[in-house]
Write a protein that binds this ligand. Structure first.
Ligand code: LFR
Length: 480
């Protein structure tokens, strides 16, 4: 029996997984909200509340299970980090990647180290959410002066659970400071950016390493897993063939391909593609796009009706009226999402969605259009062609989004598992104990245990006309 701590931008979970006769069963033990806190100094994560909640979840999971746990693994969103002082104490509250203090950082990062040069070393394009952008924005702060070590967030929680520090490759690769070829810190880039190198004076380890025993449950080991939630999710894609498209669909839509070597061309950088570290030396060649965040924020503005009701109403709403670019910077901020969507449609001369169903339809069609745009760019840039697209994560439970993505991309969509991040986390631990061997075997277990639902593509003139309009919208916004 394995336990997964899976932390997302909206909520965190503790889950239990058992692998028997090549089948995995997963049960959620505890779910808790992740509530960022806006202080006058900026938007922060409440890491103490998260630690208290995940610890309580682990306590509950250990006490309710008959057998002792074979391990715990932690995965979380990327980019964010904590700074520790020379005594290993947390300095300040970790920032939220949505805090606007990094607005000028990507230009500064590029000026110091050259965007192309950094891309060729780290495989990461300039993004304000990158750890590198955040550290550059902290320059001169007393916190940075005091800091002795940087830890990515899943590793911070692992440290607090065990007293042992380990930084895992996949989460480290979301920093824009890890060398994509060697998976060691890109010392040269760190130096050019003026970030103190002492923060990185340690080794980065792969998934599957025993970190230490839990202080609260001494016999239970913590394993490094793919600490980046997206890496755990991609590990759990139930793919039968080596080449497949995937969309890890949650707050973000991470759309891309799994490769054996990075694509480090200027064109890949210009299109906003990252070469993130995957398990077993794989590369997650993907673009980080806005995802169901748009729907999450509309739902919050409407007093949180059930998602299923919103999606069912949208399914009956008229097709392909207003479309928006989900990555329009106006949607980054959490406030007034329905009004922002309406304003975007109005300004681009399209019908303004006039009720909730129309807004939800507009969001899901726009996401499906961006999924197609991104998948086609990934194919062009890598020279590969896929005949199936897997959707994993929360979006896999949204039949309208899955069908629209099949229709737009013209490929069958295989949806599920919804809990891919936790499944990848659990099975990586199982593999560390020797219960599984290869990534292929791991994916077979997922396909057998949680068979995906298939959506066939239904192309039409209406779909193609809408996509042409969407591309014109991207061009007019001069955005990718
Ligand atoms: C998804 C994710 C993305 C990352 C974004 C921000 O949860 O980890 O991969 O780019 O969150 O960290």
């Amino acid at each position: 029996m394995f336990l997964a701590v899976d932390l997302g931008a909206e909520s965190g979970r503790v889950l239990r997984g058992s692998l028997r006769d090549g089948r995995l069963t997963v049960r959620e033990v505890r779910r808790f909200v992740n509530r960022p806190v806006a202080l006058p100094q900026g938007l922060h994560w409440d890491v103490l509340a998260l630690f208290a909640d995940l610890s309580a979840g682990l306590d509950a999971a250990v006490s309710e299970s008959g057998s002792p746990a074979d391990g715990v693994g932690i995965d979380a969103w990327g980019n964010d980090f904590a700074l520790l002082d020379r005594d290993g104490r947390l300095i300040g509250n970790p920032w939220h990647y949505r805090d606007p203090r990094t607005r000028a950082s990507t230009a500064l990062v590029a000026a110091r180290a050259g965007a192309g040069a950094i891309y060729r070393t780290t495989g990461t394009p300039p993004l304000p959410i990158n750890t590198a952008s955040q550290l550059v924005a902290m320059e001169g702060s007393p916190q940075l002066e005091m800091a002795r070590r940087l830890v990515m967030l899943p590793d911070l929680f692992g440290y607090w659970l065990t007293g042992r520090l380990a930084t895992e490759q996949t989460i480290a690769s979301t920093s824009q400071l890890l060398d994509v070829a060697t998976r060691t810190w890109a010392v040269d880039v760190i130096d050019k950016l003026g970030i103190p190198p002492r923060l990185f004076d340690f080794e980065v380890v792969p998934a599957g390493v025993r970190v230490g025993g839990l202080r609260a449950h001494p016999g239970v080991p913590l394993w490094t897993v793919a600490g980046h939630d997206t890496a755990s999710a991609v590990a759990a894609v139930p793919a039968a063939a080596p080449t497949f498209g995937y969309i890890s669909s949650g707050t973000w839509s991470l759309v891309g391909l799994e490769l054996t070597a990075p694509v480090l061309t200027d064109a890949a950088m210009a299109a906003g593609f990252s070469n993130e570290a995957g398990v077993d030396g794989t590369i997650r060649f993907l673009r980080n796009g806005t995802g169901l965040w748009l729907l999450q924020r509309c739902r919050a503005a409407w007093d949180s009706p059930p998602y299923a009701d919103l999606v069912a109403a949208a399914a009956d709403a008229p097709a392909f009226r207003g479309l928006v670019d989900p990555d329009d910077p106006r949607f980054v901020s959490p406030a007034d999402m329905p009004a922002r969507i309406a304003a975007s449609c109005r300004e681009t001369g399209q019908p303004v969605p006039d009720d909730r169903a129309a807004v939800v339809r507009c969001i899901l069609e726009s996401l499906a259009c961006k999924h197609r745009w991104t998948l086609e760019r990934a194919e062009e840039l890598s020279g590969l062609r896929v005949d199936v697209v897997h959707i994993v994560g929360g979006g896999a439970a949204n039949p309208l989004l899955c069908q629209l993505t099949a229709d737009l991309t013209g490929r069958p969509v295989l949806a599920g598992p919804v809990e891919a991040t936790a499944v990848g986390n659990l099975l990586t631990q199982a593999r560390a104990t020797g219960a599984l061997t290869s990534l292929t075997e791991l994916r077979d277990v997922v396909a057998r245990s949680l068979p995906p639902r298939r959506f066939e593509p239904h192309g039409s003139d209406a779909v193609e006309t809408a996509y042409t309009r969407f591309c014109a919208l991207l061009d007019s916004g001069d955005r990718i």
